[in-house]
Design a protein around this ligand. Structure first.
Ligand SMILES: Nc1ncnc2c1ncn2[C@@H]1O[C@H](COP(=O)(O)OP(=O)(O)OP(=O)(O)O)[C@@H](O)[C@H]1O
Ligand SMILES: [Mg+2]
Length: 507
């Protein structure tokens, strides 16, 4: 095996007295390798890497680079040592261009021309596609991520750390990123990638290190392991991953969507004349390559998008009567029992308050139901306990500020809260993004439970295997149009994949 680029020895990191995030971790990264860092939500992956990036300092242990002991006390130290990290939340300035963002914090403005030339060279060398004059706010997530990587390379990174880079990318973008990572590896660079998707781990890594509850439980060669073994290493026991699909006999029509059309700012139809019915006791899966109108469709039903003339969404619930939803405010729609659990790219950006604990965040959604001027903390407390148990939220206590929780644990609270809100219609989009395998299955089970209770569930997902195992029916979107409605029990992956990418000729 080749030389060691960076070596972590006996690294321990605590947060306060309650959290032991890393416990005597040893980790080596070789030159010219791609190492995957795997572990359940809250197992300490981000924290460990943040110590290489100079965000935190270890309480115990040492870090060696090229066999030399080093102190990394700031991101600048990290850069000087050739370590660059791309974080879960990008650190870019919106109103600046790509090039301006690369130049931030560097001396001498006059270097711009030189910088441009060098950056262009880097892009060419590794195969990046980047418009240096584009403003950040005009960029897609994938472009921003490309920029972050290019930025670290321009600053001389030979060790690149990527924290869940694929969580918000489309399959095509992931393929592109992996090609680039392989090019970088061939160039002798060291890459550490954090991801929850085991198929990616098996595709891209040379070796895999697994963290469990802050400890490194082992490192294996990709060629000598498989997904089952990796799952067991992460969880610490054998687990069976099965998605149940019950059939609910009694069905009531909850939504009747007719000719729903939404235009974007350029006047293009992002949701194009979509009509379908949604029933209680079913899970309607929505498949489509990312950006095919999934998000806008759900948002339109929730009153978060302006619908075009002729669009109609009739809602019919035993408890709330019959209503046309188009034209109602989101607040009114929620009060009728429709809930949207949408997991956004920015996890803290939507519906959670970072400084508050779990109980208060659960209460945020509940307070309207309180009967008097006094807030009842009992109900939100019970719900918080339930979410914590069901989804195994890793938090020292229910009042711990959620912004201090790991990325995945923040998300568990968001999804758990919506599911537990006793909706009549529950719409989820990308509910398991960033969640570890075990928790993802816990979410599928919760959705099934809701379905059995008679909730009408819409599940927008990326993983076709999951969509096929979970859904009673699958709607396939392609370029904003409904390109097929299939029976989830009989549809094949090929069929769904084909409909996602080939728009049917209109009659
Ligand atoms: N700044 C902080 N203050 C207090 N606790 C923290 C802080 N950062 C992380 N933690 C805690 O340390 C533990 C490890 O968190 P970390 O973010 O490293 O997990 P992770 O493996 O990256 O998880 P995920 O897959 O969910 O992103 C968690 O219990 C988390 O709550
Ligand atoms: Mg993390």
């Amino acid at each position: 095996m080749s030389e060691i680029a960076v070596s972590m020895r006996g690294i321990t990191k605590r947060f306060g007295r309650k959290v032991l995030a890393n416990n005597h971790v040893d980790l080596d990264v070789y030159k010219g390798e791609i190492l995957s860092l795997l572990g359940e939500n809250g197992s300490g992956k981000t924290t460990l890497m943040n110590m290489l990036a100079g965000i935190y300092s270890p309480d115990e242990g040492e870090i060696l680079i090229n066999d030399q002991k080093v102190e990394i006390t700031s991101p600048k130290d990290a850069y000087d040592l050739g370590i660059g990290m791309v974080h879960q939340h990008f650190k870019l300035i919106d109103v600046f261009t790509a090039l301006e963002n690369i130049l931030i914090g560097l001396p001498a403005k006059e270097a711009e021309k030189k910088c441009r030339a060098e950056v262009e060279q880097i892009c060419q060398k590794y195969g990046f596609d980047l418009d240096l004059d584009k403003k950040i706010y005009e960029m897609s997530v994938s472009e921003k991520e490309t920029l972050e990587i290019v930025k670290t390379l321009y600053r001389g990174a030979s060790i690149l750390i990527l924290d869940e880079p694929t969580a918000v990318l489309t399959p095509q973008e992931i393929t592109k990123l992996f090609t680039i990572l392989r090019n970088m590896k061939d160039d002798g660079k060291s890459i550490v990638i954090i991801t929850h998707k085991l198929n990616e781990v098996m595709e891209i890594s040379d070796r895999i290190s697994v963290l469990r509850k802050g400890e490194n439980v082992g490192t294996v060669l990709k060629t000598e392991t498989n997904e089952q073994q990796l799952t067991e290493m992460m969880v610490g026991e054998k687990i069976t991953l099965d998605i149940a699909r019950d059939f609910v006999e009694e069905k009531h029509k909850r939504l009747e969507v007719k000719n729903l059309t939404v235009k974007n700012i350029d006047g293009k139809n992002v949701v194009d004349d979509i009509s379908f019915d949604l029933y209680s006791g079913e899970i309607l899966g929505i498949a489509g390559i990312s950006g095919s109108g999934q998000k806008e469709l759900l948002e339109a039903i929730m009153g978060l998008q302006k619908c075009e003339e002729g669009s109609s969404v009739i809602y019919n619930s035993t408890a709330h009567g019959v209503h046309e939803l188009v034209g109602l405010s989101t607040k009114e729609i929620i009060s009728h029992g429709l809930h949207l659990a949408f997991v956004p790219e920015d996890r803290l950006g939507m519906g959670l308050v970072g400084n508050m604990g779990m109980t208060d965040n659960v209460m945020l959604k509940r307070y309207r139901k309180g009967s008097g001027p006094f807030l009842h903390r009992k109900m939100p407390h019970d719900t918080a306990v339930k979410i914590k148990d069901e989804l195994e939220v890793v938090t020292p206590d229910l009042e711990y500020p959620v912004r201090r929780l790991s990325g995945g644990n923040v998300q568990k609270i968001l999804v758990g809260r919506e599911i537990n809100n006793k909706p009549t219609v529950l719409m989820t989009a990308y509910a398991v993004r960033g969640l570890d395998i075990n928790t993802s299955y816990a979410i599928y089970n919760l959705l099934n439970e809701q379905k059995k209770k008679g909730v009408a569930v819409i599940y927008v997902g990326e993983d076709l295997d999951v969509l096929l195992a979970l859904s009673d029916r699958i709607m396939v979107l392609c370029a904003g149009k409904m390109n097929g409605m299939l029976d989830g029990r009989t549809a094949s992956k090929e069929e769904v994949g084909y409909l996602m990418t080939h728009l049917k000729e209109e009659a």
